[in-house]
Design a protein around this ligand. Sequence first.
Ligand code: ADP
Ligand code: TRP
Length: 312
Amino acid sequence: MQRLLTGLQSSGALHIGNYFGVLKPFAEMYDTYESYLMVADYHAVTSLRDPAALRQNIFNVVKDYMAVGVEPSKCIIFQQSQVHEHTEMAWIFECLVTVPFLELSHAYKDKVAKGLEANAGLFNYPMLMAADILLYDTDVVPVGEDQRQHLEYAREAAAKFNNAYGETFKEPKELINKQIAIIPGTDGKKMSKSYGNTIPLFGSKDEIAKAVMSIVTDSSGQRPENVYQIHKNFRSESELATIYEANKGSYKALKEALIADIENLVAPMREKRNSITDDEVRRVLKEGSDKAREYAAKKMTDVRQKVGVSLI
Ligand code: ADP
Ligand code: TRP
């Protein structure tokens, strides 16, 4: 069985764009691989300095995944910071790559261009991510298009190590689903946490209704395009054709139909999510992190020997 690993930064509440973009595809494929799902809490520390928020986000990410159908018994769900080998391995990769090479990182360049503080953690971010992936001899890494470069960095880190110390790491491949459309937000631009235009996935019915009612519509076309582009993720084209024909011109009715469809999808997941306790998340993460550590520790023993820091 091929090994799959992916990670999410614990950085905030998820929206329906995240659901169709990453949560749903992951839930549909993870059990055909030996899967690892990591909460990248140390990556979140590059941008989040609020301990209470970080702690809460760790619980939230795990609950979101479990609520959409990921079963902890069928994959290893673990917390990055609890497997110390990740930061240890990242250090070794950092000693193998050059500063100009890391300076090419889009994430780093974007922050610098925006005049934001680019701390050394953000600069080294790709090497921690390389460690996350390579420590587990991962074959495939499902990610969004924005993460493609990080996979190139991981392959380069593997090659640099193998060259210097002998064959040790497998070069992983990204799995990017080009079919998945970008879901527009309430303003018609890409739905994104950072644009304040989201329909929250696990919001209350009222919050979801409020967000849908605020979708910007223009009356020039045959149908309210911003509503339709979200709606088409919920129903077939022919079903939608009937609904949009019957309610032609009544944007309120069409938005209400969308609210009902979102509610149908979300209600059972919301109920499941509400039934997951913090203690259950603690148990899942403890069990997952123990298993992950077992694998990573073996790999790290080999690495330490090859690098020459092990005296046995
Ligand atoms: P955000 O833009 O809300 O901060 P992230 O960058 O954390 O979202 O996205 C995590 C993943 O969710 C992305 O790699 C992408 O695959 C998916 N995603 C985010 N926004 C959308 C969207 N509007 N439509 C489809 N997928 C999305
Ligand atoms: N950089 C990823 C993101 O922002 C999160 C991440 C950290 C990750 N480590 C990973 C993704 C390992 C896949 C594999 O979305």
